[in-house]
Design a protein around this ligand. Structure first.
Ligand code: PXP
Length: 270
């Protein structure tokens, strides 16, 4: 029984709550309210497994002081999203967060619009993956769910990848099924190569369940929708509802086996 309980806990898809947009609202007025740290505590109370924050080069939302405070005052693991630059590397090495997710960054973009070109940027990224890894920071690469990008992550020796779910989130019907399959196939390929796959971007109450049902995924990082929904139902309820929807996908995850291998007595669909 204890073994089964342990297995269930291990198999549970983790929820990382991205609090960037609490800082976006705060910065609109330049004062201290609403405080992203308070949001991190609320997310923790509501069942988040981690906090994610993106320190952008232009500091448009999260600030250096926010990172200092998050590192000092929250108990949950911090996933620091960062561009592959010397400035961000120095900040990550000074703080040593639990994880660092390397993301592409363009100043003119409104959000992180696509994944990293891990294949095309091998030489540039290798340096950051190595430095972060040597400091015991779990490095993740935010990439498109494609065979080419997973192969590049394998070559780089990244322990984690996060698949950009933006395309999936922004299409409907048959196109969405195609995008979902790309994510599922890339997640299976990652696990086959010893990489832990995560996913995020554009996930909402309406589209999260099929992604959460992909058995190989270990973590979802969700921000904009949760913060927006908090306006109507409060942040804790917003996180709780997302957690509940993710848990509803558990039976389907188990059908395939959370490690991506068929569970005993089951046959994986071909
Ligand atoms: N994961 C990464 C790497 C991100 O950069 C972001 C924000 O763009 C997210 C997850 C969360 O996306 P969203 O705010 O759309 O939920």
């Amino acid at each position: 029984m204890a073994g089964k309980l342990r297995q269930a806990v291990d198999d549970r898809l983790r929820l990382g709550v991205n609090i960037d947009h609490v800082a976006t609202i705060r910065n609109a007025r330049g004062g201290p309210h609403p405080d992203p740290l308070r949001a991190a505590h609320a997310a923790a109370n509501a069942g988040a497994d981690g906090i994610t924050a993106h320190l952008r080069e232009d500091r448009r939302h999260i600030t250096d002081e926010d990172i200092d405070r998050l590192m000092a005052e929250i108990d949950l693991p911090l996933n620091l999203e960062m561009a592959a630059t010397e400035e961000m590397l120095a900040i990550a090495l000074a703080h040593r967060p639990h994880a660092a997710c390397i993301v592409p960054e363009r100043r003119e973009e409104r959000t992180t619009e696509g994944g990293l070109d891990a294949a095309g940027q091998h030489n540039h990224l290798a340096y950051f993956v190595d430095k972060l890894g040597a400091a015991n920071i779990r490095v993740s690469l935010f990439i498109e769910p494609s065979e080419e990008q997973v192969a590049a992550a394998v070559k780089l020796g990244a322990p984690v990848v996060e698949f950009h779910t933006g395309r999936y989130a922004h299409v409907d019907g048959e196109q969405r099924a195609v995008e979902l399959k790309r994510i599922a196939d890339a997640a299976a390929l990652a696990v086959k190569n010893g990489i832990e796959p995560h996913a995020g971007h554009g996930l909402t109450f309406d589209n999260v369940v099929p992604v959460a049902a992909i058995p190989q995924l270990a973590e979802l990082n969700i921000g904009h929708f949760l913060v927006g929904e908090a306006i109507f139902i409060g942040l804790e309820d917003s996180v709780r509802q997302m957690r509940k929807l993710m848990d509803e996908a558990m039976p389907e995850r188990h059908l395939l086996g959370a490690s991506g291998r068929p569970a005993p007595g089951r046959t994986a669909p071909s």
